[in-house]
Design a protein around this ligand. Structure first.
Ligand code: SF4
Length: 185
């Protein structure tokens, strides 16, 4: 079983190798590392904690941390999409951390969404659910609508994400939207 410490050491070692720094906010960092640990436990590989994984190694290969998009994102924006890895100037607070656009191709994102609209294996139960209500596959997991109080991003899943993929707010910034409508998960 992968421990949080092992995930941390791996990230630290990787950051050192590439001349990057890990996010200096200890709580934020802890959330991301815990997300990686949980994904590794769930899928067998540490898929990105800010993105929707497919649960299929071949389809998720590009978002196994460190993902294929980290280096170009750090080069262009100073951080990776999740803001786990960053350049020195951002780490030192000389340059502000800002939300960055998703570099992962839309078709790859769509495939992950499509996977959860078909049969819902146990491994996918905690993934973001985006399919229309009337076509959802019943499962025993209760999913809810969550919104990010910081940027308004809305997501449908069992629990709020570890980190908002849009504004990087922490999980605590998510609140449930109570619609009064029952949505079958
Ligand atoms: S965006 Fe950052 S945390 Fe997410 S997989 Fe890429 S390198 Fe890892």
């Amino acid at each position: 079983m992968t421990t949080l410490e092992k995930v941390r050491q791996r990230a630290e070692s990787d950051a050192k190798t590439y001349g990057y720094y890990l996010n200096p906010d200890p709580d934020f960092l802890q959330d991301l590392l815990e997300g990686l640990r949980k994904n590794e436990e769930r899928y067998g590989y540490p898929s990105c904690p800010c993105r929707l994984a497919n649960g299929n190694l071949e389809l998720d290969r590009d978002i196994i941390c460190p993902c294929d998009y980290r280096d170009p994102d750090v080069a262009e924006f100073g951080t990776c999409y999740c803001a786990l890895y960053m350049r020195k100037d951002l780490y030192e607070g000389k340059t502000p951390i800002t939300p960055i656009p998703e570099r992962r191709p839309v078709e790859k994102q769509a495939r992950a969404y499509t996977a959860i609209t078909s049969t819902t294996p146990t491994a996918t139960l905690e993934k973001t659910e985006t399919k229309p209500q009337q076509t959802q596959t019943p499962s025993t997991v209760k999913k809810k609508l969550w919104y990010c109080k910081q940027c308004g991003y809305v997501i449908f899943r069992e629990d709020p994400p570890y980190v908002c993929p849009i504004c990087k707010a922490k999980r605590e910034m998510f609140a449930e939207i109570k619609t009064g409508i029952t949505i079958q998960g």
